[in-house]
Ligand binder design. Structure first.
Ligand SMILES: OC[C@H]1O[C@](O)(CO)[C@@H](O)[C@@H]1O
Length: 507
């Protein structure tokens, strides 16, 4: 998940430096952290739809799936099966509190190393799993890895990126996540026909990015910001010179020193976050995360193969359809990188609401009409139409609520509360991802086709929220947000009266 830029608002300043090979190597290594997260998101749906896996760990679900004991919508409704997917996010939520301390006390590099060790343990336990407990423990370890990696990698990327590339790199983390999801969909497509251990291969391949992150994080440098924060000022200057590839890094160095000093002056950022002046940023960041998850995206990302089987696809067709939605996810995220600073945030979010709403309502209507009783299936044409609609839904999400759910919280907080505010955003995301992961299959069973109308209703709420309460922040310098955005806004300006911000001028 993309980064909060803590090293001053260098976005508005030109410093000397070029993109060095070293920076590129560091970015690639850190990318494995994002890939790993995406891989874990995407892999569980395919694995939980594989017969060999179900027979071994969830025989009751296997029976339901093959003997039509229940209607289509309830085939996969099983709390443990959902726990296999969702426990990862609960573990990540818990780990992220510890990780944020480790990250600022001991640095980004060590935090990434710890993440990769968790990942490796998680991969061994899940791929080698012999009972449910072992695979759930494995997923929990993967979750610890995600908690640590998601704290360190975005910060690391934004701190080593040349300032003019920070925005693009911010969205790149989401891009790495989507690539990880796609790779996992592809792997599942091939391993589903490898019996009886295809699922072990799927879960085991996660070891590749985990090992790359582990070995790579020995090679990479610590970021200058983290070194300076931890009083290793001279080393910080040296590393800055090395990653920028120029002799004179004085300006950027001074700006990092200044930003670190400013950040230190804020005694209690969490208290400051609770004051009315921070209300707009806090409410918006939390709501964006809740809304991001209530678009229903992870119902698709986690359970697409299961969902496609629910509407009557065979195993291969279901997995292939997931590959297609994975591809749409990646390409639409790339679109966002190009469009976001040209078109602005609001228009992307609002357009996506319309697109997602239409897709969900039509899917809901088709399923409502065609999948009523046990044994019903969609016709081939209808099933293909549903896949197309899932793609238009994912497309809308991926160029808006996906990346912007992270970008906006990272740019609206003033420096004093940025880190703390972003931590809230990360934990809210993990919490609601957990809720969707744990509840979706049961909701599908209870609400049947109505689940799509449920998510569509949320899309209306988030559209209204965006329309009335989300100001445009495109091109607004970070230190001008209060004057140019919040004090001008019809609703949020009433919170700006008690403006007790310390005079932090971000340079
Ligand atoms: O690309 C979709 C993925 O992006 C996220 O919303 C993170 O921003 C995940 O929760 C989701 O699985």
């Amino acid at each position: 998940m993309p980064a909060v830029v803590v090293s001053g608002s260098g976005e508005n300043q030109e410093f000397e430096g070029r993109i060095t090979v070293y920076v590129i190597v560091c970015v690639i290594i850190a990318a494995f952290g994002g890939l790993m997260f995406g891989y874990d998101i995407g892999i569980s749906g395919g694995v939980t739809s594989m017969d060999d896996f179900l027979k071994k760990f969830f025989p009751a679900v296997f029976e339901k799936k093959h003997h039509a004991l229940e209607n289509n919508y309830c085939k996969y409704d099983n709390q443990f099966l959902q726990l296999f997917t969702s426990c990862l996010y609960l573990a990540a939520l818990i780990a992220s509190f510890v990780a944020s301390k480790v990250c600022s006390k001991y640095g980004r590099k060590l935090t990434m190393q710890i993440a990769s060790i968790f990942f490796i343990i998680g991969v061994i336990l899940t791929a080698g799993g012999i009972n449910i407990e072992m695979i759930i423990f494995g997923r929990i370890f993967l979750g610890f890895g995600v908690g640590f990696a998601n704290q360190a990698v975005p910060l690391f990327l934004s701190e080593i990126a040349p300032p003019n590339l920070r925005g693009a790199l911010n969205i790149s983390f989401q891009l790495f996540i989507t690539i990880g999801i796609l790779v996992s969909n592809l792997i599942n497509y091939f391993t589903t026909n490898v019996h009886p251990h295809g699922w072990r291969i799927s879960l085991g391949i996660a070891g590749v990015p985990a090992l790359m992150l582990c070995l790579g994080s020995i090679l990479i440098c610590e970021t200058p910001t983290s070194l300076i924060e931890r009083h290793k000022v001279e080393e910080g200057r040296k590393v800055l010179g090395k990653i920028r590839g120029v002799e004179n890094v004085d300006d950027e160095f001074d700006s990092i020193i200044h930003a670190c000093e400013m950040a230190k002056q804020v005694k209690d950022p969490f208290r400051k976050l609770m004051k009315p002046v921070s209300r707009p940023q806090l409410v918006i960041s939390i709501c964006l995360q809740i809304f991001q998850q209530f678009t229903g995206i992870n119902a698709i990302m986690f359970y697409a193969p299961v969902l496609f089987q629910t509407v009557g696809f065979g195993n291969d067709a279901a997995l292939l359809s997931s590959v297609i939605t994975g591809l749409v996810n990646v390409f639409s995220t790339v679109v966002s990188i190009y469009v976001v600073d040209r078109a602005g945030r609001r228009i992307l979010l609002l357009e996506a609401c319309v697109q997602m709403f239409i897709s969900q309502v039509i899917i809901g209507i088709i399923l409502f009409k065609e999948l009523k009783t046990t044994g019903d299936n969609l016709s081939k044409g209808e099933a293909i139409f549903v896949v197309i609609l899932v793609c238009t839904f994912v497309m809308g999400f991926a160029w808006s609520w996906g990346p912007l759910g992270w970008l906006i919280p990272s740019e609206i907080f003033p420096l004093e509360t940025r880190s703390a505010g972003f931590a809230f955003a990360v934990s809210t995301n993990m919490l609601f991802t957990f809720i969707i992961g744990q509840a979706f299959l049961s909701m599908l069973c209870q609400m049947q086709a109505g689940i799509f109308f449920f998510f569509a209703a949320w899309v209306i709420i988030m559209g209204a929220f965006t329309w009335f309460l989300l100001p445009e922040t495109k091109g607004v310098p970070v230190d001008a947000m209060v004057d140019k955005v919040w004090k001008q806004h019809w609703f949020w300006r009433s919170f700006m009266i008690e403006d007790d911000r310390p005079d932090v001028k971000v340079v």
